[in-house]
Design a binder for this molecule. Structure first.
Ligand code: HEC
Length: 119
């Protein structure tokens, strides 16, 4: 028999390399899936009006936006355009919020959330 003693090592090496490729390809796929899943979930509910309001508005408008130093926002009957204008441009002690703080479509969502009673 004239078997080359290196052959089994080569085979094992190939299997190892193959396995690494397989695993990293799968890992990359999972990552991609994760990212896509994340994006998908994001477009669904990218903007969380309640969380945004909690971070940016409740300090002046009350824990439940029921009104404090700033007027009541929860369930406000003011027209959306008026609310948006005040949020964008500010008014008195009310700070302005430009597009770097909240994008137009998120502002719509936020205003709807306020008008719906902030729930
Ligand atoms: C620094 C305190 C402060 C913060 C923070 C604040 N507001 Fe105000 N807001 C006020 C005050 C004070 C007024 C009343 C302004 C006036 O009429 O002179 C007001 C008025 C408003 C009005 C007009 C309501 C009405 O009935 O006339 C809206 C809408 C509003 N705020 C939304 C928001 C939103 C949404 C946020 C968070 C993104 C926010 N505010 C953050 C203080 C604040």
């Amino acid at each position: 028999m004239n078997r080359n003693p290196v052959v089994p090592f080569l085979l094992i090496l190939l299997m190892g390399v193959g396995l690494i490729f397989f695993m990293s390809a799968e890992g990359a796929n999972k990552e991609k899936e994760g990212a896509e899943g994340g994006e998908g979930a994001k477009t669904e509910q990218k903007f969380d009006a309640a969380a945004f309001a909690k971070d940016n508005c409740t300090s002046c408008h009350g824990q439940n936006l029921e009104g404090a130093m700033g007027p009541k926002l929860a369930g406000t009957s003011k027209p959306a355009d008026e609310l948006k204008k005040v949020i964008r441009e500010g008014k008195g002690a009310m700070p302005a919020h430009d597009e770097s703080v909240i994008a137009d479509k998120d502002l719509d969502t936020l205003v709807k959330y306020l008008k719906d009673g902030a729930k």
